[in-house]
Design a protein around this ligand. Sequence first.
Ligand code: PLP
Length: 491
Amino acid sequence: MRLFVSTRNKENVVCSKEAIIQGLAKDGGLYTPRELNDIKIDLNKCLDFNYHQLATYILSKIFDDFTKEEIRICVSNAYTNSFKKDDVIAVTKIGKDFLLELYHGPTSAFKDVALTILPHLLSAAYKDYNKNKKIYILTATSGDTGKAALEAFKDVKNTYITVFYPKDGVSEIQKRQMNTTKGNNVDVVSVAGNFDDCQKLVKTIYEDSEIHEIYKNVQLSSANSINIGRLIPQVVYYFKAYSSLVKDKSIKFAEKVNFIVPTGNFGDILAGYIAKLIGCPINKLVCASNKNSVLVDFINTGIYDINRKFYNTMSPSMDILISSNLERLLFMLSNFDDKKIKQYMDDLKTKGRYEIDKEMLNKLQQSFVGIYASEIECSKAMYRAFHEDNRLIDPHTAIAYHASNKYMDNYKNIILATASPFKFPNSVLSSIFDKFVKDEKIAIGELAQLSKEEVPSNLKEIYKLEILHDKTINIDEGRNYVIERIKELND
Ligand SMILES: *Cc1c(COP(=O)(O)O)cnc(C)c1O
């Protein structure tokens, strides 16, 4: 059986079901597969598989304590009729490059691909464990995870979910999407702080051993990409994109490609790295950052330093300074040296900085390239994509499109398109059509008219729905807030 170990203590070993239930390891580390060398995904098979079959094939190789039938049912529950594309994703052209469209799910962001399946994996895993406990899903969001997680977990038996989002760090539409969510087990709270504050709040609760001790009827878990059950389903679309390009003869079988990934918490791009390790012919993974370019600097220098200004940008879902999943990559690059990782993470906590050694940096740079886009470059990228390549893209995708235009080697570039442009209509409208509209509802309409593209129905709907959540707390109230919820669930 495949073992998942904590990045901060190798002795902490669990199977995938347990890792998915726990979300974060109790020592604060992230569960990571200790061995992947035994997996070799057969590309020939991939060519014949639809998304359901491919997901079942790949997920059951990695989550091998689930039966294949369990995985098949999870996949079917997640991906039947929930996405507007027959095969969940689509690969299209943008200029000389390709666009991997991941935003056709229920909330119009790529987070849907993993979050539609996570509750099913969690429920299946939970059947083997203590059925009496309530699962409390604590989630920090920079905008898109929140709604996707709320939609995925609403009314799921034995679960309760609280989403924390930065009060001034998400778009009006993202806020409205979350605040209109129905369901008797959902809770949405805005925090006077940024995403890093929200993520820190959630992590300190997990690491609080007292909470686990006192409230025995509650099992904490996570819908963030710190949960391995959220991360691994993202590996599938790298193979799916690759196979579709082989099938339509855009690339030759086994020809290498580059994936350009708009990056925030480093989950999406890490899934790409795992895809590469298990046989997807990837040359480089290009980490595209916005003005919060801490990751790009890190890839170039080996120094991770958060002692810098934090910016609110047009691509709010990437406004992050502490990218959680980088910890998993470092763990893998260091040959699973938990002591080293713990030291780096302690340094990050106390000094806001760490520096990796030359050997790790070399390994890192073999697979990763970092390129960032300023706000003006992001705007120009949206303009160019529309007026030169005839493609309407959102600000997050635009960051990657900018990077793709800058990064050239002998391989073809596939850009991950992570959100519908209609989620961020004001920035898209001003960048492409030089129109400044304050009201997002009006901006959506204008954008649809000018671009001649259809607004996704879930985004049209939100303006008809009642606002059901409207709570704001300060960061220092967060812990008590969570404990109150836990107490209620525990009784
Ligand atoms: C979350 C998100 C990202 C960043 O993905 P990570 O896995 O956090 O790196 C990029 N674009 C959009 C639209 C997102 O919602």
